[in-house]
Design a protein around this ligand. Sequence first.
Ligand SMILES: NC(=O)c1ccc[n+]([C@@H]2O[C@H](COP(=O)([O-])OP(=O)(O)OC[C@H]3O[C@@H](n4cnc5c(N)ncnc54)[C@H](OP(=O)(O)O)[C@@H]3O)[C@@H](O)[C@H]2O)c1
Length: 321
Amino acid sequence: MVCVVAMYEVIFNNKFTNVLVFYVYLLVLFLVSPFLFVWELVNSVSSCLRCKENMSGKVVLITGASSGLGEFMAYEYAKRGAYLSIIATQKPNSQLKQVADRARELGSPDVLCMFADVSKVDECMMFVDDTIQHFGRLDHLVCNAGIGSLYSINNDVTKFTSVLDINFWGSVYPTHFAIPHLMKTNGKIIINASAAGVLNPPGGGFYNASKVALISFYETLRFEVSPTITITILTLGFIQTNLITAKYSSDGVGARLRKDLRDVVPTMEVEPCAKAIVDGISKGATSITEPRFFKVLMLIKFLFPQLHHFYYNTYSAIVES
Ligand SMILES: NC(=O)c1ccc[n+]([C@@H]2O[C@H](COP(=O)([O-])OP(=O)(O)OC[C@H]3O[C@@H](n4cnc5c(N)ncnc54)[C@H](OP(=O)(O)O)[C@@H]3O)[C@@H](O)[C@H]2O)c1
């Protein structure tokens, strides 16, 4: 072992052999890729056959459940008979109560509705504690609340702290308070990151940064809590919710970039996406990407960065034209 490490050190310290090793590894990867492809295919087929977790009677806490993915994930859990604790911020026009009513109609035996801001640590402690007091246990924590944001180099850089506060800390705080309870139930943590955290689409600046921070944090946490707690990281592409439609139209940079987004890139409807997510979670998936073709884009980004740059340069040119 010591010998191998020493040999690699010699290779890496020489400019030529350092590059050569990279291309040799790439070639090996290319040669074994048919086998990896078959392996991936077998895994996909076997995951379809895997037993689903029985959600009936389980307690699921979902942040950001007043609209979009959080709302539709609540309905999917409700159809499977789960108890729900749903969170959104207090607003005069909040849809959270209507979501709770619909979830009860769809089959949830009890829904607890709470208004809280996930970027505030004391409010996160409160809604986790209230969930435990009400239901006595917690099985799944779905950290979904998030906001979009578009950044250009001309923007005031100090205006973006809320993106990190809500998207990153707004998942970490509830996770911190939920872990002791999830340990008791062999529970699950579901993190709604984004393909943006891997692909870094132009204009995403702080949004992309908040999502890559989530991916990195939870991939690391996985080692500490597994196998007692399963962590599922969602890296979704464009899903038809307020995030990519209504809310952006009032944002200066967003209005320019996002107006025609749905004409330029394929988007997925929220309902089939939420169903695919909850199906995946119930089968113990540790990562879920929807629409699936975003997985290929992620592979391209790592293997062929020049092609990735070309793709996004073309995309920006089309969206901004
Ligand atoms: N749509 C996409 O294409 C896409 C792709 C990848 C990842 N995602 C991620 O999916 C998650 C859900 O977004 P969405 O697309 O479903 O958009 P959405 O419809 O705007 O949902 C966002 C949810 O988060 C809640 N929320 C926002 N700030 C909050 C705060 N401080 N405290 C508590 N709740 C808060 C919102 O409720 P209130 O405003 O009522 O508080 C709403 O329920 C986000 O994390 C987003 O980054 C979305």
